[in-house]
Design a protein around this ligand. Structure first.
Ligand code: PEP
Length: 263
């Protein structure tokens, strides 16, 4: 069975000090709930680049993973302002978010960029969390499946079958991100099942059983169960509601309770 993943995307929030004070409160709550530190779900924090070293040092031998929100695909060179995959690996990152809708829509990131980043992440031993999702206009034009399957096919064009276990897909409808308007769990499940079908069509029947697929978009402690109680939804990527350590702990706890029957 796939281990669930509950991930906090802090976006451009929190100083190093604020990240460390979140970490202290959150870890205390998590370890009180799971005193043997045997956490039944993977938990990952995606702070800004600046807070990565401090959090990686703090959680070096702990079951709380750290990831980056983006990276460049090249190994090194004249790319002012960018961060290379080996730098993230060296700092202690386990994961990297790629193709987040804010990267695609605000910074013009394309499927081609995401393809290069996915390959670079895997080559450097980083687990990519690949974000896909449709805009409101695309949903209203009944184009959700076409858009999502285009993004999935592009990203997986460089993934070998044996690498599927290292990859996570996050289905994040753009209109649900940061709006307080989450997708209906039925709709999220439909799209996620479509993602699994696309992956099965590329790699062969049932191969998507090895792939974690998350939902993201206005998730909070009050609605996380409605998503994670669906068998095909292996976890959540949380933005706004992950900034508060008590709330993010509740999301982990509620998510785990929803998932327990499948573990
Ligand atoms: C996100 O940033 O990936 C996200 C899902 O944000 P929010 O939870 O705030 O909608």
């Amino acid at each position: 069975m796939r281990k669930p993943l509950i991930a906090a995307n802090w976006k451009m929030n929190k100083t190093i000090g604020e990240a460390l004070s979140f970490a202290g409160v959150f870890a205390e709550r998590l370890y009180r709930r799971f005193p043997d530190k045997n956490i039944p779900v993977d938990v990952a924090l995606f702070p800004s680049f600046l807070s990565i070293p401090a959090l990686c040092a703090l959680f070096a031998n702990e079951p709380i993973h750290i990831g980056a929100q983006n990276m460049h695909w090249e190994k090194s060179g004249a790319f002012t302002g960018e961060v290379a995959p080996y730098m993230l690996k060296d700092a202690g990152c386990a994961f990297v978010i790629l193709g987040h809708s804010e990267r695609r829509h605000i910074f013009g990131e394309t499927d081609e960029d995401v393809i290069k980043k996915v390959r670079a992440a895997l080559d450097h031993g980083l687990n990519p969390v690949i974000c896909v999702g449709e805009t409101l206009e695309e949903r209203e034009a009944d184009e959700t499946d076409r858009v999502v399957s285009r993004m999935v096919k592009a990203a997986f064009s460089v993934v070998d079958p044996e690498e599927l276990r290292s990859v996570t897909v996050a289905y994040e409808p753009v209109w649900a991100i940061g709006t307080g308007r989450e997708a209906r769990p039925d709709d999220a499940e439909d799209v996620i099942l479509g993602i699994r079908k696309t992956v099965d069509a590329i790699y062969g029947q049932d191969t998507s059983e090895n792939l974690r697929v998350l939902y993201g978009g206005s998730v909070k402690s009050k609605n996380v169960r409605s998503f994670m109680s669906r068998e095909s939804v292996d976890g959540v990527l949380v933005g706004g509601a992950s900034l508060d350590p008590e709330e993010f702990f509740k999301i982990v706890d509620e998510g785990y309770k929803a998932r327990r029957k499948f573990l």
